[in-house]
Write a protein that binds this ligand. Structure first.
Ligand code: 5GP
Ligand code: ZN
Length: 111
């Protein structure tokens, strides 16, 4: 838990948010300002600032984020039509919330 981190507050329930999925490692919720018909954020519970801060110990977290993204794409019916998965890394990479999260965007095209 990092003080003044918005996503830590969401993860801990300090700021209420509807989770589409939750397990011991991560939560999934909709982006508040969606830039695609389906725009989800897959967010580890552990505070990690960005991809740059990952360590060997975080390997399981990273693989879970990707596996859950795949499952969420199916649940949101965008698996067949296709979707984007991306991490913004630091300010120059467009990151504005400095708590690691994977964007899942899709739903522009019907399968
Ligand atoms: P970044 O640019 O850091 O990769 O993406 C941060 C994302 O978090 C943005 O797409 C933004 O719309 C989303 N976001 C910012 N504040 C909130 C919030 O309070 N709730 C939710 N659900 N999404 C947020
Ligand atoms: Zn955080």
């Amino acid at each position: 838990m990092e003080e003044d981190c918005l996503f830590c507050k969401i993860v801990n329930g300090e700021i209420s948010s509807d989770f589409l999925y939750e397990n011991d490692t991560l939560v999934v919720f909709r982006d508040i300002n969606p830039k695609a018909p389906v725009h989800l954020l897959i967010v580890p519970k552990k505070h990690i600032r960005s991809i740059n801060d990952l360590t060997k110990d975080d390997e399981k977290i990273v693989s879970e984020i990707i596996m859950v993204a795949k499952d969420m794409a199916k649940k949101e019916s965008v698996s067949e039509s296709g979707y984007k998965l991306f991490f913004n890394v630091e300010r120059g990479g467009g990151q504005i919330i400095f708590h690691l999260h994977l964007h899942l965007m899709g739903g522009w095209h019907q399968a």
